[in-house]
Design a protein around this ligand. Sequence first.
Ligand SMILES: Cc1ncc(COP(=O)(O)O)c(C=O)c1O
Length: 435
Amino acid sequence: MDFSCDPDSLARWDSEHSWHPFTPMQDWCATEPVVLTEGHGAVLKDSRGREYLDGNSSIWTNLHGHNHPKINAAIRAQLDRVAHVSYLGTANAPASALAKKLCSLFPKNSLERVFFSDNGSTAIEAAIKMAAQFWQQNGYPDRSLFVAFDQAYHGDTAGAASLGGVPLFHDRFSSYHFPVLRVRSLEELATLPALAQGRIAGVVIEPLVQGVNRIHLWPKGMLHKLRSLCDASDTFLILDEVFTGFGRTGKMFACQHEEVIPDFLCLAKGITGGYLPLAATLTTQRVFNGFLGEPSENKTFFYGHSYTANPLGCAAALANLAIFEEENTLATIAEKSRILADLLANLASDCPHVAATRQLGLIAGIDLAQPDSRPFPPEKRMGFRTCLEARKHGLLTRNIGDTITLIPPYCSTPDQLSKMLLAIRKGISDALKTP
Ligand SMILES: Cc1ncc(COP(=O)(O)O)c(C=O)c1O
């Protein structure tokens, strides 16, 4: 079936039959959707032949660009062998190699075990269920609470959503949630009586930067102190590197900026270079050993999904990691980050409606406000409209409130980065002109 050639039908089928995530569907159905059909490097093309720079790396997943020959080849080669086999009862070649490779990215005897799943939410879900079960069956049933941070985002499955600190997304379901204590800072965490009482199963954090919280940067050194605090009370530290993993922050993993090794590390999004849904929860031998025993002891981790450790996804992930080595991607990220920093500084200095910018590696947040620093009235939806206008200037990116996020693929050229910033600049100016 050729579904790529009739733009009108594609748009109509979407409006009539699709339901998009996090999307007010009444508004959506009232306008024609952009139907993406092709991608090469940092550029995406739609069904009407228009081109856009992928300024949010396809929801923070894409790393080396679309249609990367090495990832394409790895998936094709695996496709010619087998597309999917069960990880329940059998192993598969790319998954074995990927588990070994992921562990090799950390110091020996630290993170030694990999539990695969399908997306960021399930990587978190697996981590918190493992943590809770570990304490239950290893003599500490009272360690049943989790601590999460205000405005955190860890995904949408019920367990992951329990940790979420964005009321708009999760409050409706709060009566179904896991028991979670929410804190705003490390200082607040340190004073929690439950920590000293040994009632915390794990502390969950997005290290260095909370993406969904308008690119909020944690203070330098905070992660290191958090590790010490958890160590002092033998509480698990669960790092959500679903967004920050695989080079986004300038190092392979955000935890490496502060030389921290967590008890659980959750990875997804960029793990396949943005090609296929795959996730991994890494943990220690200590945790793994806590699940060993005779089947009759009932210590098994009863969790998993049909597509766990999908061979195509694992093959893509291996190719993704090989590219980091073969193309010296971390050096590229460092260079592109410097270019992005200059571009952001220029925007902030000469655009009166940019109140602040924040950046870490190839992650940027641009706060919009009125020239006297007052926020725009929320009903103006200035951030949203800026992104819509920027789209007309060839940039796809997203707002979080009145913060414009820019998360470019690592392959973006200096010229493309500068075009992204120009589109945002024009988007702001066009959005100001519309009522
Ligand atoms: C930090 C973080 N954790 C978890 C998730 C959930 O990942 P997924 O959408 O793949 O379930 C996201 C998604 O944006 C995220 O940014």
